[in-house]
Design a protein around this ligand. Structure first.
Ligand code: SIN
Length: 289
């Protein structure tokens, strides 16, 4: 237990057998002590995704909290907030059908140096639905046989953002179109096909985990897409088994902070007719995979 800036103990409560913890007794809008940040980082490394409730964060305050964990990174496909160039709005309007992040994925895996983590803050959420699922890829790796682990360690995955539908691509909707932002950077990202090892050693904990995002995947290095497909499909099904997951129900003022190096996530799209509005920022990783 650590002591927050108000002198009350920071509480950390695990919410599933696999990953995820709720952190209480901390006001993220304030300048937190180095000790409190160190305790949050320790919990982040242990639980892989942290949830904070009842916060009230302006974009500047969210960015200030995010920067305590690393440099903030651009997201190339969505126009950022006017209030902060590194925070993007993730919005589904009441009349839209598509959502952002509605499939299992790992953020920005198609970049040469994938990010450390993502912070998502809930501004407005539906009365029910719109939960986010998280899956722990270290547990998924540990669950397979040693022979399968050896095979996995010999494989690298070729990624391409071309396989992803534009995140906010409801073409009939003017609001959605104005939020997407094709740029030169966008084209550079779309053209790149980075290759990452399937098994990654976490740079801070030293634990091995699967590093994989099916929706962004082209094939295994050295194999054709057709040869790769059966094992890619098996991996997807294996990694997203309920036993490796946690489910978070949002409230206005909730913030989730997940470790992109060992967690994939899925935004549920079960709330048509209601508006959901989040603010997302990405924290850069310190080195290529
Ligand atoms: C995302 O994929 O980053 C968005 C997740 C969500 O909106 O729940």
């Amino acid at each position: 237990m650590s002591v927050s800036q108000k002198g009350t103990p920071l509480e950390i409560e695990r919410i599933t057998g696999s990953l995820g913890a709720v952190v209480s007794n901390v006001d993220l809008s304030r300048a937190l002590s180095d000790l409190t940040i160190a305790k949050i980082r320790e919990a982040f490394l242990e639980h892989h995704v942290l949830f904070f409730r009842n916060q009230s964060l302006s974009p500047l305050q969210q960015a200030a909290f995010g920067q305590r964990f690393g440099a903030l990174e651009d997201y190339p496909f969505v126009r950022p907030l006017a209030a902060h160039s590194k925070i993007i709005p993730v919005i589904k309007e009441a009349d839209e059908r598509l959502n952002f992040g509605g499939g299992w994925h790992t953020d920005l895996i198609y970049r040469p140096s994938p990010p450390l983590g993502t912070m998502l803050y809930a501004v407005q959420v539906p009365a029910r639905g719109g939960d986010t699922l998280f899956a722990d890829s270290i547990r998924a790796y540990q669950a397979v046989s040693s022979r399968m682990q050896q095979l996995m360690e010999s494989l690298s995955v070729v990624y391409s953002v071309k396989h992803v539908t534009r995140p906010t691509s409801d073409s009939d909707n003017e609001d959605q179109r104005s939020r997407s932002m094709p740029t030169t950077t966008d084209l550079e990202v779309v053209e790149s096909t980075p290759i990452h090892p399937l098994v990654r050693t976490h740079p801070e904990t030293g634990k091995k985990g699967l590093y994989f995002s099916r929706g962004h995947t082209d094939r295994f290095e050295g194999m054709t897409p057709a040869e790769s497909k059966p094992l890619l499909d098996w991996l997807y099904n294996h990694m997203t088994q309920p036993t490796f997951t946690a489910r978070f129900q949002w409230q206005p003022g909730s913030l989730a902070f997940w470790d992109n190096r060992c967690v994939s996530h899925y935004a549920l799209n079960d709330y048509h007719g209601e508006r959901r509005h989040m603010h997302r920022l990405t924290i850069a990783g310190d080195r290529p995979v």
